[in-house]
Design a protein. Structure first.
Length: 437
RNA sequence: GCGGUCAUAGCUCAGUUGGUUAGAGCACAAGAUUGUGAAUCUUGGGGUCGCGGGUUCGAGUCCCGUUGGCCGCCCCA
């Protein structure tokens, strides 16, 4: 054995694993539909340039990429965003706005494995195109929240950190920083939680020591945890774009409050996320204990559709990955035990009885009933054990006696009560049993 | 790409200073049991001890290499 292994970082799903995984997807999909999102899908293999265009040349090192037999440079998709931007961009003028789409799809990244991170994983992606205002963020953050609460997770288990790239840019501009310095400060902000003061080393290397007053204000800004504090810090600056942006914040937080979601939301300007393409609000969901990597992340990317060759089209989106999420559910005991149970198990007396049973089995299965039976002739005692182990609610007993009489014995496997019915009534009786229960 | 750590049956693990033919529990299968269930008993299948090399009379055990897992760093769209 073990002559062949699965590739490093790839996962195999035996039935017990697959059923748990499917549970995630089922609830995510139901939630997305509840929010009025339409499902789409797209190729797993894409032109390498699609990702280079979005993320830069360096991205190739983290992709499963190769040259196909036609000489095309291709890559397994590492994310959905460029693909969905292409889909939407291509038909933007024909699609009814707002465009609310989601997908549940598998992605591939050539990375070192870690807890909650593999080389292949599944994400729910949800995006809204065509809505420039914070109404889109309200919708997406609400959906993100419900994608977690649908499993029984509460505000004790997770929270959503909300930040804003625009506000940072306006604020740093008001403090007199130019664009390159702004980017360097945002990089420092991104790293600050992890590295503390050393986070500013990159800035220092580029531009020399950061102005002490600016740094103090940046650090103070990181402490802002509420809209009130945000307004207190920014309103005095009297900056036009900042004033307008604060109105967006009020609208966003007001909407989430009206939906009863405030308890999940924390203002936290320490969230920056990838600098490459986010353009406005950004948000990330974390477990409260802080033991796991991010559960989900998203934000606004108003320039990307156009950058990838489509029309100018505002967009916001988020993604939830399955690996960290499953870890959290396991930790909190919220992963149900799934029994892959049959509805009906047939106990079969012998070759003659088998023929009679097969006819009914086929009829029941055609109506969608999950019916199972032993493939080989085995003793009755063993068959009843098999019936119990199968998780079925009913056993249908086809013994020689019953077959001779033209009847079938029906046993309720929960209370062990039995009764006999004529064979041509069996399918109706079984149907009634399951409709009633 | 870098560092730490681990690898014995499907799973959890034992295996003495290197010493006969590598074990247990669980799981699986057959039987006791051709008409009634979570029990019991008996029996069985299943291992190139991750792989390769070295030391040795002798290696699951010691040494080197390698592959893979886990944890962390870099990165994280």
């Amino acid at each position: 054995m073990a002559t062949f292994q699965s590739l490093p970082g790839f996962r195999e799903f035996y039935p017990d694993d697959q059923v748990r995984r499917k549970h995630l997807f089922d609830l995510w999909r139901r939630t997305a539909h509840a929010f009025g999102f339409a499902e789409y899908d797209a190729p797993v293999l894409e032109p390498l340039d699609l990702y280079k265009a979005k993320s830069g040349e360096e991205i190739e090192g983290q992709l499963f990429s190769f040259t196909d037999k036609g000489g095309r440079e291709v890559a397994l998709r590492p994310e959905m965003t460029p693909t969905v931007c292409r889909l939407v961009g291509a038909r933007a003028s024909a699609l009814k706005r707002p465009i609310k789409w989601f997908s549940i799809a598998e992605f591939y990244r050539y990375e070192r494995m870690q807890k909650g991170r593999g080389r292949c994983f599944t994400q729910l992606n949800a995006d809204i195109f065509g809505e420039p205002g914070p109404e889109a963020e309200i919708e997406l953050i609400a959906m993100l929240t419900q994608c977690l609460t649908a499993f029984g997770l509460t505000e004790q288990d997770f929270y959503v950190r909300l930040s804003d790239r625009n506000l940072w840019c306006y604020y740093l501009a008001a403090l007199g920083l130019d664009e390159p310095r702004t980017r360097a400060v945002l990089t420092a902000v991104d790293r600050h939680e992890k590295y503390g003061d050393e986070a500013f080393q990159g800035y220092t290397d580029q531009f020399g020591p950061i102005d002490a007053e600016v740094k103090a204000k940046v650090l103070a800004f990181l402490q802002v945890k509420s809209l009130a504090a945000l307004e207190a810090t920014l309103a005095p600056l009297g900056s036009e774009p900042i004033t307008a942006r604060l109105a967006d914040w009020r609208k966003l937080l007001g909407g989430l409050q009206a939906m009863g979601l405030s308890r999940f939301i924390e203002v936290d300007l320490g969230v920056v996320r990838g600098l490459a393409y986010y353009t406005g609000f950004v948000f990330e969901a974390f477990d409260r204990k802080g033991e796991l990597r991010a559960l989900a992340g998203g934000g606004r990317y108003d320039d990307l559709v156009e950058k990838l060759g489509g029309p100018a089209l505002p967009a916001v989106g988020f993604a939830i990955g399955d690996m960290t999420f499953a870890l959290l559910l396991e930790q909190r005991g919220l992963m149900p035990a799934f029994a892959q149970a049959a509805d009906v198990y047939c106990v079969i007396g012998g070759p003659a009885a088998r023929a009679a049973a097969f006819a009914d089995i086929q009829t029941l299965r055609a109506t969608g009933r999950r019916v199972d039976y032993p493939m080989k002739d085995v003793g009755f005692g063993k068959q009843f054990k098999l019936a119990a182990d199968s998780g079925a609610k009913l056993a249908l007993i086809y013994g020689d006696d019953e077959v001779a009489k033209g009847t079938v014995k029906i046993r309720d496997l929960n209370d062990r009560a039995e009764h006999e019915v004529p064979r041509d009534h069996v399918t109706a009786v079984v149907r009634d049993f399951f409709t009633a229960s």
